[in-house]
Ligand binder design. Sequence first.
Ligand SMILES: Cc1cc2nc3c(=O)[nH]c(=O)nc-3n(C[C@H](O)[C@H](O)[C@H](O)COP(=O)(O)OP(=O)(O)OC[C@H]3O[C@@H](n4cnc5c(N)ncnc54)[C@H](O)[C@@H]3O)c2cc1C
Length: 410
Amino acid sequence: MTDARSRQVVIAGAGIAGLTAALAFSARGFPARLFEQANQLEAAGAGLQLSPNATRILRRLGVLERLLPNAIRPEAVVLKEARSLRELARVPLGTYGESRWGAPYLVAHRADLQVALMAAAADRPDIELVTGARVAAIAVQRQSVTATVETDGKTTEVAGRLLVGADGVWSSVRAELARTAGFAASRFCGELAWRATIPAQGAAGAAFAQIGAADCVTTFLHPGFHMVAYPVSKGSAVNLAAFTKGERIAEGWSGHADPAILAGAMRGTSAALARLVALAGPWTAFPIHTVEQRRWTMPEGIALIGDAAHAMTPFAAQGAAMGIEDASMLANLIADSPGDPAQGLAIWENLRRPRVERVLKRGALNRLAWHAWGPVAMARNLVLAARPAEKLAADLDWLYGWEEPQVARR
Ligand SMILES: Cc1cc2nc3c(=O)[nH]c(=O)nc-3n(C[C@H](O)[C@H](O)[C@H](O)COP(=O)(O)OP(=O)(O)OC[C@H]3O[C@@H](n4cnc5c(N)ncnc54)[C@H](O)[C@@H]3O)c2cc1C
């Protein structure tokens, strides 16, 4: 891989993982062509928590400085019982977290992250972003991979040394590999995510102010649901995300489901929380799909990253962060394995898998603990009460203090 053309990386999808990949490859001297099926990059979803393992990478890629003016540094993650509103635990973030983990813990609107990523990409002439362009098929040759891209009814063949499938949970690249190489499909995990964004000034904002702090990430725990609340848009709005069991509904970020499901799951919660949920509507619902895919690469030069590779439940708030880590490490390992990308791809997959699996386990544990009831909930509360805030923070060192392994770092 000597000249720029022979190092070209083709990326399907300009979400968080795809844009980060374009920046990370460009930073290592690999021109990137990014194809996004949407005509305009819309800010799907609402808020995002960005933990230090992700913001460290965004800082290195010149994205953090663009994001910071619109992001908020919460002071703590707070767990509260939804019935009593009693505080069960507090993990300190803010300046404490930043010095502990070496980068800030942020909350932001997804749109703000997307704008910051795009602004950083626009500053790099070797990144080309083509919108309204869908990667419809892929073909593998000996020294390159070709993507068939559909734009305005026209079809173009685009070759690159590497094809990165960053096209999300319903990935076309993975679907192609499912057809030809036995890759897996995504699956509905039986949970619905309910989202609402409320103005901080207003009746719902006032209802939130009574039960949560504007400078924290607050999670309300209950056997039938949990709800996460935090400020976005410079504190002018509060992002709410609640999670319940539910039937499969139409795929996408902004679907509709019967609000009675959410109301029913909340039986027994405090009146103040029920009032907030009622005032916050209308809620949009999102069916949570996961991907349990055993392989993420093809040695000929294909890698799946982010949700395309391992869409996960959001109970550790790490889906986007994992996509950011994937993208950065992939670019560094490919750059550090000159010639055939197969070796870099294999090392990348071997290093990423245990990390992602540990995060998946943490999400499953959170889900279990947050929805516990009866004696299990009592035991959970006792354990949390006995654990000092600093110990709770230390429990997260492996996750938030993560740095790319030496082999991948420049
Ligand atoms: C309720 C909820 C809360 C969450 N909260 C957090 C959180 O706090 N922190 C966190 O880190 N994560 C969180 N996540 C997870 C996070 O949102 C996702 O993991 C992340 O957005 C995935 O990014 P991605 O770039 O892999 O995929 P996507 O964001 O889905 O991007 C894929 C892109 O590819 C495009 N595309 C699709 N097919 C094609 C094609 N064939 N050709 C070209 N383009 C294509 C799509 O249009 C899209 O732009 C949450 C998820 C949910 C559901």
